[in-house]
Write a protein that binds this ligand. Structure first.
Ligand SMILES: *Cc1c(COP(=O)(O)O)cnc(C)c1O
Length: 379
């Protein structure tokens, strides 16, 4: 089955009761048993729920995995991955990271004795300097948030195989339409389905997909034991979102390219960060591991003035000033004061999150309206 068919049919069965084309929302906590243990695969909805299972199967399918797990948020999915580890274990993570992931690693898991190294992974060769006998996991995002750096997943997979580490990739920005980490050698792929998979800014949810059965069993155990699951209604919404992922992404990429090109020629703009530019430092890797370059774009203004950036985001009319990304509507954010406010200033500036940086999630509106909006806001 090709990707554009998988988004609609992958992992799905017709509803056995009435042939419903969409899986029903099984809004139930429990399931009748004919005799103790005599059930139809479902006992209690924290452990398993048919609507959630339908979503988990769909996610496994579009990521070319064999098993999927769905959680109450993207961070709950990441939380489950880190719970595979033990005190004393070490993680090597990309340094240009979603702020909430950074906060989870440093404010929650560090105190349970897990050590995190935040490393510039743009050049994969530097990663091995941080590997020691305690290293268990490589965690990365590509493209990174919000600097749109590209990390070579295949090169990281080679390092993780050599040292017997797990490789987990946060694929939220790219989506499986653009990039399939399991095919490139990753062990775990993670999504904030709140973003492109859901696609309509109406649900918070997280997912994982893996190929390996043993790893899947450990993650299902954590999912049930820790209990950070999503409800059937939210599972349904993401399942519905996935069905249009491929056409939404195609338009996101077209609009993203047009906005990136417009900004790059604007006299008041200093830098535009988007992996589709030939002069992007890892454009060649992006071209190899991605089908297109996406619709996440960051830029800075000339003079790097905090107030200039604030004025621009306040003036935008079609782009909404808001956290989050990946919905059909265009959003703008100011990472230094919003998504990355929990990252210390020196730390964020080291990775390029300067005061004037603005991040755009380009939606699927008419491109002429989007460009006109940027034009009136930037001046
Ligand atoms: C939003 C996001 C997360 C966290 O997901 P939630 O659904 O908000 O918990 C993790 N990684 C990336 C790249 C994100 O954009």
């Amino acid at each position: 089955m090709k990707f554009n068919t998988k988004t609609i049919h992958g992992g799905q069965k017709l509803d056995p009761a009435y042939g419903a084309v969409m899986p029903p929302i099984y809004q139930t906590t429990t399931y009748a048993q004919s005799t103790p243990g005599g059930h139809k695969g479902f006992e209690y909805s924290r452990s398993k729920n048919p609507t959630r299972s339908a979503l988990e199967n769909a996610v496994a399918s579009i990521e070319n995995g064999n098993y999927g797990m769905a959680f109450g948020s993207g961070l709950a999915a990441i939380d489950a991955v880190i719970k595979l580890l033990e005190p004393g274990d070490e993680v090597i993570s990309s340094n240009d990271l979603y702020g909430g992931s950074y906060r989870l690693f440093t404010s929650i898991f560090k105190k349970f004795g897990i050590t995190f190294h935040f490393v510039d992974m743009k050049n994969a060769n530097t990663i091995e300097n941080y590997v020691n006998a305690n290293t268990k996991l490589l965690w990365l995002e590509t493209p990174t948030n919000p600097m749109m750096n590209i990390i070579d997943i295949k090169a990281c997979a080679a390092i993780s195989k050599k040292h017997n580490l797990l490789l987990a990739v946060d694929n939220t920005f790219a989506t499986p339409y653009l990039q399939q980490p399991l095919e490139l050698g990753a062990d775990i792929v993670m999504h904030s389905a709140t973003k492109y998979l859901g696609g309509h800014s109406d649900v918070v949810l997280g997912v994982l997909a893996v190929k390996d059965k043993e790893l899947a069993d450990k993650l299902y155990f954590i999912q049930n034991a820790s209990g950070a699951v999503c409800g059937p209604q939210d599972s349904f919404l993401v399942l519905r979102g996935i069905k249009t992922l491929h056409i939404r992404m195609q338009r996101h990429c077209e609009n993203g390219r047009a906005v990136a090109e417009y900004l790059s020629t604007h006299a008041k703009i200093e830098n535009v960060y988007w992996p589709g530019f030939e002069n992007h430092p890892n454009h060649v890797i992006a071209k190899t591991q991605m089908k297109d370059f996406g619709a996440m774009i960051s830029f800075t203004t000339k003079g790097n003035n905090y107030e200039d950036a604030i004025k621009i985001v306040e003036k935008l009319k079609i782009f909404t000033l808001a956290e989050s990304l990946g919905g059909v509507e265009s959003l703008a954010g100011h990472p230094a004061s919003m998504t990355h406010a929990s990252v210390p200033k020196e730390e964020r500036e080291k990775t390029g999150v300067v005061d004037s940086l603005i991040r755009l999630s380009v939606g699927i509106e008419d491109i002429d309206d989007l460009i006109a909006d940027l034009k009136q806001a930037i001046g």
